[in-house]
Design a protein around this ligand. Structure first.
Ligand code: NOJ
Length: 560
């Protein structure tokens, strides 16, 4: 299936996120790799997706799961070679699947050539000016230059001596100490990233996911301004925050857009930016990245009014700048939705996860049902649907990873306050038996629980009612149903039920509640996330159910 030159292919695409090190291991070293992805193209095709997004596969010591990049224009030798990448890209394209790669511009790794040069160089040198080095405070410069916080450590400053530096300066890292931040006020950095984007776009990569898109430009004027906590969604609207969402960052993306538009079809991009919705529209404008992640559903409970509010706001927002919205229930930084939804909303998820799941009961089945129902709902909405690997299997979060096997810096660096994100990054189960459930011959780099057997691709492919079977059918239907980017809400008379339709008569009804919901004779039932109880309304020949009772936590699609 050849790829089209349609420049709007991204507007309502389904994008499947691959976390390469945990997808499929082809050489038995316990780490997923590029050839592993190529070997599973049939599987990806069976999902009817439009594109894959690959989390970083670049050379990395994995201080932050690959978001600590040693070299932006290469493949980690543990994962393969550039030739393997080209072959994977060719085969994915032949299968009609486009490819996004992850660009990590805010920081490199401490093993990047430039950081090694910077550490070895003199204060004030051009080499140090690619990063953010400063003298410390205190009589002998023994205190950090400012109070900037890091996501993964109490302070965003580490003394250079921790990296072998012989001078008395500190360097800035908004994430782990192994992730030094670039100085984006240095034109050399801007030019190098243009080179990186061109490098991948020339190879045929179709799109880019931009990590920490709001963080590149910082207020580096002296004296450095303090900032106690991350402002999150409360960042000022003025674009004059210290560390995030500064107005100047948009100049960077305008330049990137010019580069993207030199390709046919233009390359696309999606921003990972935790900023206020009113500011997000700049990142997703057609003069900049074109799209931005909409993370609102990640925070939401499985609740009709929460979903409705988010849907309305997001669709309105996307219209403001010619973008389309992106829906996601999950990614590699988040607790699996089956687990989120299987817990009562009042449960403190981090405390629960830290306890190994002992502080409150988890309703395993209800969680999966709700997650699959939520997925079918977002698939029916205008905009893009993102699926994170394993979501289509209804996987739950893996709990209780032994402390000595935890990899996430969020845990290791953050005073162990949160066991972190490894629980959604455990290698996928492909088969129900065998070493590492078919992930690879050499075991898995994070421990897989015994219950993975029943969630394997093999087990679920043989079960017509499994999450995988529901996803496959829904995604195949979605391809044929995609239409104008509009929805109309319909009254349901039940606060726990949402019902909307698209202009072509595609109806989607989701029951968020605990009881049955009887929907009338709207049209032909084409798919449902759980079996329906027929309500006895039959079409002409008497064999086609037109109405039915929607089970708790389920979604039905109807075609009028
Ligand atoms: C966001 C990525 O999704 C996350 O995994 C990473 O830890 C941080 N950015 C830092 O790169």
């Amino acid at each position: 299936m050849a790829l089209t030159k349609d420049k709007n292919w991204w507007r309502q695409a389904v994008i499947y996120q691959i976390y390469p090190r945990s997808f499929k291991d082809s050489n038995g070293d316990g780490l997923g790799d590029i050839k592993g992805i190529t070997s599973k193209i049939d599987y990806l095709s069976s999902l009817n997706i439009d594109a894959v997004w690959l989390s970083p596969f670049y050379p990395s010591a994995l201080a932050d799961g690959g978001y600590d990049v040693d070299d932006y224009r290469d493949v980690d030798p543990k994962l393969g070679t550039l030739a393997d990448f080209d072959e994977m890209l060719r085969q994915l394209h032949d299968a009609g699947i486009r490819v996004f790669v992850d660009i990590v511009p805010n920081h490199s790794s401490n093993r990047h050539e430039w950081f090694k040069e910077a550490i070895a160089a003199e204060p004030g040198s051009a080499a140090r000016n690619r990063y953010i080095f400063r003298d410390g405070k205190g009589a002998n410069g023994e205190l950090p230059p400012s109070n900037w916080p890091s996501h993964f450590a109490p302070s965003a400053w580490s003394h250079e001596s921790t990296q072998g530096g012989k001078h008395n300066q500190w360097y800035c890292h908004l994430f782990a100490p192994e992730q030094p931040d670039f100085n984006w006020d240095n034109r050399e950095i801007e030019e190098d990233f243009l080179k990186t984007l061109k490098f991948w776009a020339d190879r045929g990569v179709d799109g880019f996911r931009i990590d920490v898109a709001a963080g590149l430009k910082k207020d580096l004027s002296e004296p450095l301004r303090d900032q106690d906590t991350y402002p999150g969604f409360n960042n000022p609207m003025t674009g004059d925050d210290v560390l995030f969402d500064r107005n100047e960052v948009h100049e960077v993306y305008k330049e990137w857009r010019k580069l993207f538009n030199q390709y046919d079809p233009p390359r696309v991009a999606v921003a990972e930016a935790y900023v206020r919705p009113e500011r997000l529209v700049h990142y997703s404008s057609q003069e900049e990245l074109g799209q931005a992640f909409n993370f609102d559903l990640l925070e939401a409970n499985f609740n009709a009014s929460e979903y409705k509010k988010i849907i309305d706001t997001s669709l309105k927002q996307a219209k403001l700048n010619g973008s389309s919205t992106t829906w996601c229930l999950n990614n590699h930084d988040q607790m699996r939705p089956a687990t989120k939804y299987g817990l009562l909303p009042i449960v403190d998820r981090i405390r629960w996860k830290n306890s190994g799941g002992t502080t409150h009961p988890l309703d395993i089945t209800a969680g999966i049902n709700a997650a699959v129902a939520g997925s079918m709902l977002i698939m029916a909405l205008p905009g893009c649907t993102y699926i994170y690997q394993g979501e289509e299997l209804g996987l739950h979060e893996v709990l209780g990873i032994p402390e000595d096997q935890i990899q996430d810096p969020q845990y290791l660096r953050n005073l162990k306050a949160d066991v972190g994100r490894d629980g959604c990054r455990v290698p996928l189960p492909w088969s129900s038996t065998g070493r590492s459930f078919g992930f690879g011959d050499g075991g898995a780099h994070l421990p897989q629980p015994a219950w993975f057997a029943q969630y394997s691709v093999e087990a679920e492919s043989n079960d017509a009612s499994s999450p995988l079977s529901v996803f496959r059918k829904a995604l195949a239907l979605r391809k044929t149903l995609i239409t104008e980017e509009e929805i109309t809400w319909h009254e349901t008379g039940d606060d726990d039920v949402l019902h909307f339709s698209r202009p072509n008569g595609w109806h989607c009804i989701t029951n968020f509640g605990g009881g049955l919901y009887n929907f009338g004779a709207i049209g032909e039932v084409i798919h449902s996330s759980a079996p329906l109880a027929p309500s006895g309304i039959y079409k002409g020949h008497g064999n086609l159910t037109l109405g039915g009772e929607l089970a708790p936590a389920s979604t039905v699609w109807i075609k009028k």
